[in-house]
Design a binder for this molecule. Structure first.
Ligand code: AMP
Ligand code: ZN
Length: 464
């Protein structure tokens, strides 16, 4: 039985899907204004692991991931410029060009990391009507109000606001900044729709005039459209808990009049050298940069797999190098198993299989599952071990099927073309039974510093 930690209840719970045959899952995707950094990518590896474990357990999945290409302002609240518009201004492109470019890079990155694509990828800009409709529904139910710059959610009407992060509203109020929009009823009320002035690049017609959606309404509108009023899992990075996901809950539950998400799952942050990852500290890395430094993207995936998703993971280059060495060793050992005809006792294999299942079903304990793999690889070399490792790899996603013979050392010297031509001439002479000529050519080859030997596979040339 799969157990997962639910951020909402702060407990590990048995996972029971609404529809026993198909799990419905929503994952907050990237804001496509820049390259994804390795911290962002850790979160997508985590979401991929949820999907892989569910599939290993025999579930079908209907997964949705959004692409945020509008509405995510510089702060997670309602202040600052739209991240897309800022990038467009800085790079002298349109927000649409920015979105297209970084969406493409994002998919290349996740492909390189063996992160499977959710069944549905939903772009915010392609769901503006659904968002407007959602805001209207909230307005009709009395949860939204209009002020000068937009339509806002009235959290005073939603008494359980803050239940995901365990925040009390008064604390939010006390923590609010003075320059807050004074027309708002509560400092934590958030924008559902913002009215746009003429200079705002991305804007759409709405019942409230030209404007653009708030960031949080996007996920509520798209999850409802594709997954229905209630669904099983909502996943995201831990930083989404206090604002983005609280707001999603407030929107969803106000509209549905009931709980809409059964399991909230959040991945912890990646740190660098024990601290925050930030552009100003110069410690934000991309997959392309790791590649340039000689790491395979799967070395990074393996690095992530070594820590439980609810634990902070500290990125260091020593750690990355250790991951690379360890992964290469695993691949070499897998190959030795692959080519061995020896059989392994079924009870031995079943024991590993059970231990593996126990580990992954205990709230995705992938580090423990890797431990099971390491122990199994110590068994006498056997193709059966390799076959079972391939099954485990459905969860790990480390391309165990690509385990090949270790690379032979490259020949120290390439044989010059002149010598190769002589070898060919000699072979022709032998074929024509002109052994005198063949011997003469052998002499020429020797003068150039090479020896030619006849073997069953044909002539072989080596340096003298
Ligand atoms: P963004 O594209 O900025 O919306 O972020 C994409 C995802 O990356 C979000 O789910 C964040 O929670 C997550 N994220 C951002 N920084 C980190 C980090 N240092 N470690 C892990 N996840 C992160
Ligand atoms: Zn979201």
């Amino acid at each position: 039985m799969l157990k997962v930690y639910n951020t909402l209840t702060r407990k590990k719970e048995d996972f029971v899907p609404i529809d026993e045959k198909c799990v419905r899952m929503y994952s907050c995707g990237p804001t496509v204004y820049s390259y994804a950094h390795i911290g962002n990518l850790r979160t997508y590896v985590f979401m991929d692991l949820i999907r892989r474990v569910l599939r290993y357990d025999g579930y079908k999945i209907k997964g949705v991931m959004n692409i945020t290409d509008v509405g995510h302002l510089l702060s997670d609240g309602d202040e600052g410029e739209d991240k897309m518009a800022k990038a467009a201004r800085e790079q002298k492109k349109t927000p649409w060009e920015i979105a297209a470019y970084y969406t493409d890079v994002f998919f290349k990155d996740i492909d390189a990391l063996n992160i499977g694509r959710p069944e549905i990828i939903a772009k915010a800009t392609e769901h503006i009507p659904e968002m407007i409709e959602f805001v209207q529904a909230l307005q009709e139910k009395g949860y939204a109000y209009e002020i000068t710059d937009g339509i806002y959610y009235d959290i005073g009407k939603f008494p359980s606001y803050g239940k995901l992060s365990g925040q009390v509203l008064d604390e939010k109020e006390a923590g609010a900044r003075v320059e807050e929009n004074s027309e708002k009823r509560h400092p934590a009320d958030f924008a559902l729709w913002k009215k746009a002035d003429k200079n705002h690049i991305m804007q759409w017609p709405s019942p409230w005039g030209m404007g653009f959606p708030g960031w949080h309404i996007e996920c509520s509108a798209m999850s409802r459209k594709y997954l229905g009023e209630t669904f099983d899992i909502h996943s995201g990075g831990i930083d989404a808990v206090p604002v983005h996901h609280e707001n999603e809950i407030a929107q969803n539950e106000a509209r549905a009049g009931k709980k809409t998400v059964n399991y909230w799952m959040h991945g912890e942050f990646m740190m660098v050298d024990g601290g925050k990852m930030s552009k100003s500290l110069g410690n934000v890395y991309t997959i392309a940069q790791l590649r340039d430094m000689g790491y395979d993207p799967l070395d990074f995936r393996f690095f992530c797999l070594n820590a439980h998703y609810r634990k902070k993971l500290n990125f260091t280059f020593e750690g990355m190098t250790a991951a690379k060495t360890s992964r290469e060793r695993i691949m070499a050992t897998l190959y030795q198993h692959k080519v061995s005809p020896v059989k392994t006792d079924e009870t031995v294999l079943n024991d590993y299989k059970n231990k593996f299942s126990e580990a992954i079903n205990d709230d995705l304990n992938i580090p423990l599952a890797l431990g099971v793999l390491f122990n199994m690889l110590k068994e006498p070399k056997s193709k059966d071990v390799y076959e079972l490792a391939l099954q485990f790899d459905k969860v790990f996603g480390l391309s165990f099927d690509k385990a090949t013979a270790p690379k032979q050392d490259a020949p120290k010297d390439d044989i010059p073309q002149e010598v190769l031509d002589l070898v060919q001439k000699r072979a022709d002479a032998k074929k024509a039974k002109d052994f005198a000529l063949a011997d003469a050519i052998r002499g020429q080859i020797a003068e150039l510093g090479y020896i030619v030997k006849d073997t069953r596979e044909g002539a072989v040339v080596t340096k003298q």
